[in-house]
Design a protein around this ligand. Structure first.
Ligand code: ZN
Length: 199
């Protein structure tokens, strides 16, 4: 298990549709553990395998600490690894919700998406499940499944917001960012994050 560097916009692996996983292996289980560790270390609540350079249909999600403060009686789902996830149904109701992305440092914006979804996926024992989700869990599922299909959240922005976001994308391409995790830039160059010594 290890912390992996996170691939940034505009690396080609993030625009390519990922391949389905056919079988679980020991290496893949270790990789999933590394994905959880990488996501937690970067303070993310979702991470797709292609964000750490593997073009396979796998995402990890942990919204267990991300509940709405006003609704602290809601039980959030435990951390989850989803293999070959597919959205089967979307709710008609759509909501505006702010999103961020570990591959797009310092970039947050409000995206309109369906409030609820039904998702089919396989767990780490390759057992099939169907779940229904709403709120932040549905939001992260849609964001991560988009990644597995080569889609960034900003591609879902309204045309005005998308135009306004171009500057933020250019900053990332220029490297004018300072994420608190190691990265692979658009050219494939690894830039390690060195934590400041606070002693
Ligand atoms: Zn993302």
């Amino acid at each position: 298990m290890s912390i992996l560097p996170i691939y940034l916009y505009n690396h080609p692996v993030l625009k390519k549709k990922t391949e389905p996983i056919r079988e679980m292996t020991g290496d893949l289980r270790t990789f999933i553990d590394s994905m959880f560790q990488t996501m937690h270390e970067a303070d993310g609540i979702g991470l797709a395998a292609n964000q750490v350079g593997a073009s396979i249909s796998l995402t990890v999600i942990d919204v267990s600490q991300a509940g709405d403060e006003d609704e602290d009686d809601i039980i959030m789902p435990a951390p989850l690894a989803l293999i070959n996830p597919v959205i089967q149904y979307y709710s008609d109701e759509e909501i505006d919700f702010e999103e961020g992305c570990l591959s797009l440092p310092h970039f947050r914006d409000k995206v309109m998406r369906p409030d609820a979804v039904q998702v089919k996926y396989f767990d780490i024992d390759m057992k099939e499940h169907t779940i229904e989700a709403d709120g932040i869990f549905a939001r992260v599922l849609q964001h991560e499944i988009d990644h597995l299909n080569g889609i960034y959240f900003f591609e879902r922005l309204s045309s005005l917001r998308r135009t306004l976001s171009n500057k933020k994308l250019k900053r990332i391409v220029r490297g004018d960012i300072s994420p608190h995790y190691s990265i692979i830039d658009a050219d494939g160059k690894r830039i390690d994050y060195i934590p400041e010594d606070d002693e």
